[in-house]
Design a protein. Structure first.
Lengths: 330, 267
């Protein structure tokens, strides 16, 4: 079976008008405009198999959203090719668009002044969903997302979390094969984030949908994606399993300690780098291959009530991957 | 029911439901659109107190500007402002991800708005006509049918003109300024401020080669009896069809190129 998403050397460059500061700069830009070429996405290639959930990670301006917009047919690439659900996205027309869904965390498609039900009915007509199927899907989504209480309230009166859940439901009524989610948990509180993640997992398990999402929340990544794509300055730095990335980029381990009486910071420094010390809690960072030995020496030398060995925080791993520009993948 | 009929029915329904939330705003907007012909009528009414102006008496002015109020409501197009906003703040994105082009939403919005506001203007006209016989129109189903055709063509030209101009937002932040400029010019060249027959010959000849008279003056004169001979009808409808083709072609070109140029800002 062909992959759900294939990107081959996908590239997008923009002409950006440059202007010096101040009134003089404004006048010069008017008389003789100057342009600079910005490579938002540079020859990135990857595949996403059917049913996979892949997280697209990168700092702001890395090229994640631009890639998502090319894959959904909103943007024409400057170079390269893409196949999504068997279509070239920017030439796929309505047949292609009926097979995908795009959810933008910071832009909404819900009709602001009307209850979500109205957007659902509008989408039923736009996507030509038969009435009986529409009712079944609507009921399923309302149940999965726990939306029964909000279906008759105007969207403007809903909380951010309720709105995002309604956005997801509205985007899935036509049962798309592939979901593109750009920051789907942006600005949501922890409970709403968990509800959205739980729903996406359940939806994918039930319907075998392929999901490509961007997020700045590592909790989204760990809960949803087994594979990550890391992009920075338009270049794909890493494509592979999350655990492999951690193993590759995490050169250290964290020893999280609860100390016994009388242990000082100076004593701990003999076993590794002290990252935190707030007696009785402390965190030591030691080279990955010495973690076990260091733990044994520590337990033998100083009073320790509790000790656990952890990988570094995922945020630190990702930050290091951005900085080091890791090539390839697992 | 056909898929497209269902889509349009749903889009028009949504537009009506949204409009119902903004009843006061729409009433004020309607009032504003009627104010301009009312002021123009007041001025010409006063001028014509000494006698007809180039064949236009007070009664002619009254019928003409009632016609202007109705046709203006039926052909008004504001899409350029929406498109400009959608392109600049990223609201165009989800519209492009749907299996119907954004133009269909705009057409449905136009149908919804015009059906409702024009019906209000018609009712007001009928009420005024009960008390003021001057603005009564003779019963002429054939003329009314031709008027309906002229209005549909005028609305289509004005819509495509506004939509194509709005799509320039893909390249420039000044698309709405271009629309404002056209709106200003149309004050004179479309017959909003005075019947075209009263314009200086040089201005009238400029108007004759542009689309402005075909979107307002021509339908109004079909309704009020200013267009009489078969040649006048043929010239008017031919002009409308030609300008419709021009603006449709402009829309297609700007859309195809603009969508390739689109930067899809924001989310």
């Amino acid at each position: 079976m062909p992959a759900a998403i294939v990107a081959e050397r996908l590239t997008k460059t923009y002409q950006v008008k440059v202007r010096d500061a101040g009134l003089g700069g404004a006048v010069r830009a008017l008389v003789r405009p100057r342009y600079r070429e910005v490579r938002a996405v540079e020859a990135i290639s990857f595949q996403v198999e059917r049913g996979e959930i892949v997280a697209f990670l990168g700092p702001n301006g890395a090229g994640k959203t631009t890639t998502l917009k090319m894959l959904t047919g909103l943007l024409y690439p400057t170079a390269g090719r893409a196949h999504v659900a068997g279509f070239t996205p920017w030439d796929g027309g309505s047949a292609f668009k009926r097979r995908i869904a795009l959810v933008l965390g910071n832009k909404q498609q819900l009709l602001w002044d009307l209850p979500p039900e109205e957007t659902f009915q509008l989408n039923q007509a736009i996507y030509a969903v038969p009435a009986t199927e529409f009712q079944a899907r609507r009921d399923e989504l309302v149940a999965l997302l726990d939306l029964a209480e909000v279906m008759d309230k105007p969207v403007r009166q809903l909380s951010l979390g309720e709105r995002m859940k309604c956005e997801l439901a509205a985007a899935l009524l036509h049962r798309p094969e592939i979901l593109f989610l750009d920051e789907p948990t942006l600005g949501l509180d922890v409970t709403a984030q968990e509800a959205v993640r739980g729903f996406l997992c359940a939806y994918r398990a039930r319907h075998g949908a392929t999901i490509l999402l961007t997020s700045h929340y590592m909790a989204d990544v760990t809960a949803l994606a087994s594979r990550v794509l890391i992009i920075n300055r338009g270049r794909l730095l890493y494509d592979g399993a999350l655990q492999a990335l951690v193993a590759r980029m995490a050169h250290t381990k964290r020893l999280e300690l609860v100390l016994g009486d009388g242990v000082s910071r100076e004593q701990l420094a003999a076993f590794g780098e002290v990252r935190e010390f707030r007696f009785p809690n402390a965190v030591l960072e030691v080279p990955r291959d010495q973690a076990t030995a260091a733990s044994a020496r520590l337990l033998a030398s100083v009073p320790v009530v509790d000790l656990s060995i952890q990988d570094p925080a995922l945020e630190d791993v990702i930050r290091r991957a951005f900085a080091e520009g890791t090539e390839g993948g697992a | 029911m056909n898929v497209w009929l269902r889509r349009y029915a749903a889009l028009v329904r949504s537009a009506w439901l949204v409009d119902l939330q903004y009843r006061a705003a729409i009433a004020i907007w309607m009032l504003w659109n009627v104010t301009e012909p009312a002021i123009a009528l007041g001025i010409w009414w006063s001028i014509a107190s000494q006698g007809a102006v180039q064949g236009f008496g007070r009664d002619d002015f009254a019928r003409y500007f009632f016609g202007v109020a109705l046709v203006n409501q039926l052909t008004l197009a504001w899409d350029a402002w929406y498109i400009d906003r959608w392109v600049r703040d990223g609201e165009m994105n989800f519209r492009l991800a749907r299996p119907i082009g954004p133009v269909h939403e705009a057409i449905a919005d136009n149908i919804a708005y015009k059906a409702r506001t024009a019906s209000v203007v018609l009712v007001v006209w009928m009420l005024v006509a009960l008390a003021w016989p001057v603005v009564r129109l003779p019963f002429a189903p054939g003329r009314w049918a031709l008027f309906a055709l002229a209005v549909v063509l005028a609305a289509a030209i004005r819509f495509l003109n506004g939509y194509a101009t709005g799509l320039l937002a893909f390249w420039t932040t000044r698309a709405t300024a271009l629309m404002e400029l056209q709106f200003g010019i149309s004050l004179f060249l479309s017959g909003r401020i005075a019947p075209l027959a009263l314009l200086p010959p040089a201005v009238a000849s400029v108007a004759g080669v542009l689309w402005f008279p075909y979107v307002l003056s021509f339908p109004v004169e079909v309704l009020t009896g200013g267009v009489v001979t078969p040649e006048q009808y043929v010239r008017g409808f031919l002009g409308q069809v030609c300008w419709l083709a021009v603006w449709w072609a402009a829309y297609r070109v700007v859309w195809r190129r603009g969508i390739r140029h689109y930067g899809a800002v924001g989310g």
